[in-house]
Design a protein around this ligand. Sequence first.
Ligand SMILES: Cc1cc2nc3c(=O)[nH]c(=O)nc-3n(C[C@H](O)[C@H](O)[C@H](O)COP(=O)(O)O)c2cc1C
Length: 215
Amino acid sequence: MMNNTKAFYLIVILFLMTDLQAQENQMVQLPEPQRTGGMPLFEALDSRQSIRSYSNRELSRQDLSNLLWAAFGINREDGRRTAPSARNWQQFDIYVIMAEGWYLYDPQDHSLVRKGDDDLREYAGTQDFTATAPVNLIFVSDHSRITGNVSREKKEFNSATDVGFISQNVYLFCASEGLATVVRGLVDREKLHQVLKLSPDQHVILGQSVGYPAD
Ligand SMILES: Cc1cc2nc3c(=O)[nH]c(=O)nc-3n(C[C@H](O)[C@H](O)[C@H](O)COP(=O)(O)O)c2cc1C
């Protein structure tokens, strides 16, 4: 039989573990995205470009909200999104890596789910600037959402095509808002898979850095 002291410590440990897990999955509500305004489309197309040096200035919560909604938010009542996806599989998740922690974007609640406190920016890409860019988005394709009799080759093809639309949404949003961005294939996918604690069905496809341009 367990004595009272042992039972007490066991309860305390269980309580602390549950509390830690709760903090890990804490929901951070984003402000409503501003779904109107911005630069006229042709001006945004005219300004779209890759920029690789960033100021230290953080994005505001509103910037982050607008950025994620533009990237792959829900824009219709039936749950469809700002970017198309083959057969509407919506297989992409966006992980958000910042100095103060890393998050998973939840488009349903338009919130961020806090996944950890560590600054993972050094793992967000193999180029130096990722370690200092205020925001690094990581586009992760979840093959378990690609349902039906679909070959691995087809799943990979659809992931490679669908990510382009999300990335271009980010490019156009950044052009419109005067933000700097670059999409990146230069990522250590294995390392990111490990530090983001992804499942075997989840595949890191591309990263994209976002911030204000360096002064
Ligand atoms: C699939 C893809 C992967 C890319 N990977 C990187 C990368 O790892 N690092 C980088 O600095 N730029 C990367 N780029 C950005 C390109 O270098 C850039 O788009 C190109 O030089 C043209 O410049 P622009 O975007 O300003 O028109 C990538 C672009 C695409 C479409």
